[in-house]
Design a protein around this ligand. Structure first.
Ligand SMILES: [Zn+2]
Length: 298
């Protein structure tokens, strides 16, 4: 297993790792905002309610509440209309509510007890996902999993920091309460956090601090991650390839930090406990999840 740490012999580790990752390629771009509704929806539930009542009379479901994993409609219900954009909504946020009611009603038409079951079952996800906050990388949709399947933490550039109480409390809850079996750190190509680690001079103080670990990795390997002047002479695909390398190294760095964390190490003391930490990258150009094969089991 190749370990990449911020301190010590980082350079040798990263160089070794890259020898086995020369095939990593690149890709994509970003963007946008809104207005507040002046009135609430008439009551979209009234529009669709008759159909639901008719449906509920025609189908009789059992009284046994199924596990969350059996809520099949959730899979389709989670998939977005990819042609829909907020800027195309005539009534702005009002249409967000209208669309939400239509969606909820369409789910109930498929399974009238869907939301009842959702509310009456405790979550039992097997996956804890640490991904980027980027609006283009929603965990459940990328993984094509439904409600109750993934416990999610997202932040800029999918980072794990032990002094981040938010992420640490989620890790504790995921590992010790939910007893997840997989912790997945998922980076992505075209990551703005990675790209901005190159441009700290344009960043405000909090973002600059947040991205400082990534910048340290980049600065300690000028042979892999050229400075801005050198990069400005490169073509787009060369720059994308370099950014993707940094995306991957950043993911591996988080996998190692999580694996060395006391919360995870404590769980690994129980030999019967199934718990793995994985490093993945979502390739935005083709929609594929790529495994970096850096899984740690102890
Ligand atoms: Zn990102």
């Amino acid at each position: 297993m190749v370990r990449i740490l911020l301190k010590g012999n980082v350079k040798a580790h990263i160089t070794d790792w890259f020898k086995s990752f020369q095939s990593l390629k690149n890709i994509g771009t970003e963007g946008q905002t809104s207005a507040v509704p002046k009135k609430l929806i008439p009551n979209s539930a009234e529009i669709l309610l008759p159909r639901i009542q008719k449906d509920s009379q025609s189908k009789k479901t059992g009284s046994v509440i199924p596990p969350l994993s059996a809520l099949k409609p959730a899979i389709n219900a989670n998939l977005p209309d990819i042609t829909r954009s907020f800027k195309d909504l005539e009534n702005g946020l009002l249409d967000v509510f209208n669309n939400n009611r239509k969606w909820a009603n369409s789910v109930r038409l498929q399974d009238k007890k869907f939301f009842e079951n959702l509310a009456n079952n405790e979550q039992q996800p097997k996956l804890f996902w640490i991904g980027c906050s980027d609006s283009r990388v929603p965990a459940e949709i990328i993984a094509k999993l439904g409600f109750g399947e993934i416990f999610v933490h997202r932040n800029i550039a999918n980072q794990f920091k032990e002094d981040d109480v938010n992420c640490m409390s989620e890790l504790e809850f995921a590992v010790h309460n939910l007893k997840v079996e997989h912790i997945i750190v998922c980076g992505h190509t075209k990551c703005g956090g990675i790209q901005n680690a190159y441009k700290e001079y344009v960043l405000r103080k909090n973002l600059k601090f947040w991205l400082s670990d990534i910048r340290k990795i980049k600065d300690s390997h000028p042979e892999l991650f050229p400075d801005q002047i050198t990069e400005s002479k490169m073509n787009k695909s060369e720059i994308d390839a370099i950014h993707k390398k940094l995306v991957s190294v950043n993911v591996i760095n988080q996998v190692n930090k999580i694996s060395e964390n006391e919360v995870v190490k404590e769980a690994w003391k129980d030999e019967k406990r199934k718990l793995s930490v994985h490093g993945w990258v979502f390739n935005m150009e083709n929609g594929h999840l790529e495994d970096l094969y850096v899984t740690r089991n102890k």
